[in-house]
Design a protein around this ligand. Structure first.
Ligand code: COA
Ligand code: AMP
Length: 621
């Protein structure tokens, strides 16, 4: 396998040779003659991602192996699909979509809970060359409507309900509401009826999933260009309008397949579990595509780390299904640690098969690292990436050469990612000095080629700040050994329980409250969820309101318009917001205050007394 240093150097110095070799592990209808050209990977190759995830494994004898295990403590069921069964289900669902007029290049919105049909739907789109856009179930109708209007789906696939431990969340009324709010009209909605809640179907528009699939003929794979889109995944930017991250077929298949063995050290036939949600990039990459591309068994877990029924839930799944690699977010481990500090629940299960725990989604604090690593006795691997990159930028690549772990660091850049830490002038920062984390272009295969229908925003958000580099939006530093430390966002994106959210979208909602003159939302540190949003509002002159009542109203408004996942509960009324004399809100200074960092009132500040008021409010949390 060679050393990490060798692999890394080769990937940066001879990327075409490096990725050309990796591409041989994928089945191509037309193998790429050009590895990189005109800014795209494998521009003349043709393939089908679903074929690579399913058909080829069945053709090569894996038909009887488990492909997908749906473990659902919230419904009390476990169901396993072999590769042959999953292929059959996907082919018939693709046939159903084709029958509804969905063809290569059409978009399909998928708004579904953690059920096998969500995975089937994604793969069925890939089979036809259609472009899926999965929307996370914890978002409100308005957020779904925004995405529907931008993606303009021909068909929406949804379910009657999702199941949260404390309640059944009826999805269909949310979908109906979103379609009322959206200007775009899909031709059809196909609804999976779950036994926990029946959805009312609208004649002429809505179809029953089971009946529609039953009547469909299986569809074959459609060959697409490597550069054709596989999916759009909307993610939070700094404004209220989400960014449609685009993923191609060829680069994605090559990079994800490569990452399974080299980053995660996972072999075909092994059980790999990413405890995330299909609505996030971790779910796209490491519940659905990568494990199936690699011939592993993937686990789809419909439950929580705690409360379904206890903090031993993850360990039960690991032990019962023989999970070799577990991937989750630090917040999930913190939730388990809080309820089971001594690891009593953990010890009830035989975890001898577990080889690695990978964590991502937010900074892994050293306390959580030590707790998990001491109790589990396996390497706990922090790795850093984003929706945009699709797979890890920095990790300890255990499949190449495990490097010594330094708690607090996701280790070194993964082969393919030429990561830098730059100062304000675009110079590399010396070790230990904080700057903006960037990646020198070209980005490796699998990273976003652009934003869907918004090339200008792509350039503005990622490329313009440091020409020749991709701006990650994270700040951090390198150490003397080249280890990267990612300290947090340098923009207005926050991370709540591993969920990426935009403070801008919450501000838009808060500003619509009739008594609010202006507002700012920032993320404040939270021991469990990493960050929680907190609003600072200035009321309109003459609005004599009880601040607690305002807080309750704003919390309800954000929940209704952004969704429960925002976990917005704290809003304080302040007399003024800290601003420059030209009227710009000093968000960076507010973030410093929230994170407990030393802050300086900039010379341009309009009224320095505004800052202590913010500090008092933050400390009051
Ligand atoms: N559909 C509908 N509602 C959802 C939802 C979904 N798919 N997912 C979450 N929600 C709701 C929850 O019910 C909760 O509502 P409530 O305010 O009525 O309680 C709210 O959104 C917040 O949910 P969540 O962030 O899950 O918080 P929690 O307090 O229920 O659980 C953790 C806390 C830490 C256990 C949980 O956040 C967790 O498991 N995090 C791991 C995150 C993760 O895997 N991220 C992916 C990146 S790797
Ligand atoms: P998302 O696009 O939802 O995957 O969120 C990406 C963001 O989460 C990154 O830009 C980081 O701010 C944060 N993040 C993800 N993984 C890590 C990590 N291992 N360490 C620090 N921050 C992380």
């Amino acid at each position: 396998m060679g050393t990490y240093d060798e692999a890394y150097r080769r990937s940066i110095e001879r990327p075409e040779e490096f990725w050309g070799e990796a591409a041989r592990a994928i089945d191509w209808d037309v193998p790429p003659a050009t590895i990189y050209g005109e800014g795209r990977w494998f521009p003349d190759g043709r393939l089908n991602t679903c074929h690579n995830a399913l058909d080829r494994h069945v053709a090569r004898g894996r038909g009887g192996q488990a492909a997908l295990i749906h473990d659902s403590p919230v419904t009390g069921t476990v169901r396993t699909y072999t590769y042959a069964e999953l292929l059959d289900e996907v082919a018939r669902t693709a046939g159903m979509l084709r029958g509804l007029g969905v063809a290569a290049g059409d978009t399909v919105v998928i708004y579904m809970p953690m059920v096998p049909e969500a995975v089937v739907a994604m793969l069925a789109c890939a089979r036809l060359g259609a472009v899926h856009s999965v929307v996370f179930g914890g978002f409100a109708a308005r957020e779904l409507a925004l995405r529907i209007d931008h993606a303009r789906p021909k068909v929406v696939l949804s379910a009657s309900c999702g199941i949260e431990p404390a309640r059944v969340v009826a999805y269909k009324p949310l979908l109906d509401d979103a379609l009322e709010q959206a200007a775009h009209r899909p031709d059809r909605c196909v609804i999976l009826q779950r036994p926990q809640c029946a959805a009312e179907l609208r004649a002429g528009r809505d179809l029953d999933w089971a009946a529609a699939v039953r009547e469909a003929e299986p569809a074959a794979c459609v060959s697409v260009a490597a550069t054709d889109p596989l999916y759009i995944l909307y993610t939070s930017g700094t404004t209220g309008t989400p960014k449609g991250v685009l993923r191609d077929n060829g680069g994605h298949a090559v990079a994800l397949h490569w990452s399974m063995s080299h980053v995660y050290g996972a072999a075909p036939g092994e059980v790999y579990w990413a405890a995330s949600d299909v609505g996030w990039v971790v779910g796209h990459s490491y519940i659905v595509y990568a494990p199936l591309l690699a011939g592993c068994t993937t686990v789809l877990y419909e439950g929580k780390p705690v409360g379904t029924p206890d903090p031993g839930a993850f360990w039960r799944v690991v032990a019962t299904h023989g999970v070799r690699t577990l991937f989750t977010a630090p917040t999930a481990i913190r939730a388990i640690k809080k309820e089971d500090p001594a690891g009593d629940h953990m010890r009830k299960w035989d975890l001898s098969g577990l080889r690695h725990l990978f964590l991502a989604g937010e900074r892994l604090d050293p306390d959580t690292y030590h707790w998990a690593s001491d109790l589990l006795g396996v390497p706990v691997i922090d790795h850093w990436w984003q929706t945009e990159t699709g797979w890890p930028i920095a990790a300890n690549c255990v499949g190449i050469e495990p490097l010594p772990i330094k708690p607090g660091s996701p280790t070194r850049p993964v082969p393919g990612w030429d990561a830098h830490v730059l100062d304000g002038e675009g110079r590399d920062c010396p070790p230990g000095v904080e700057g903006a984390v960037t990646v020198r272009l070209p980005l490796p295969p699998g990273a976003l080629p652009t934003l869907y229908r918004d090339e200008a925003r792509f350039a503005r958000s990622y490329l313009d700040r440091y020409p020749g580099h991709y701006l990650t939006g994270d700040g951090g530093h390198l150490d003397e050994d080249g280890y990267l430390y990612v300290m947090g966002r340098i923009d207005d994106v926050i991370n709540v329980a591993g969920h990426r959210l935009s403070t801008g979208s919450m501000e838009e909602v808060i500003a619509s409250h009739p008594d609010v003159a202006e507002c700012a939302v920032i993320g404040v540190a939270d021991a469990l969820k990493g960050q929680l949003p907190m609003g600072f509002v200035v009321l309109k002159a003459g609005a004599e309101r009880d601040p607690e009542e305002v807080e309750r109203e704003l919390a309800a408004l954000v929940r209704e318009r952004v969704g429960p996942v925002a976990a917005f509960r704290r809003a304080v009324v302040v007399s003024r917001l800290p601003k420059t004399r030209s009227g710009k809100i000093l968000r960076a200074t507010m973030r410093d205050i929230a994170d407990g960092r030393a802050y300086h009132a900039p010379s341009t500040i309009e009224d320095p007394a505004a800052l202590p008021e913010i500090e008092r409010a933050v400390k009051g949390t």
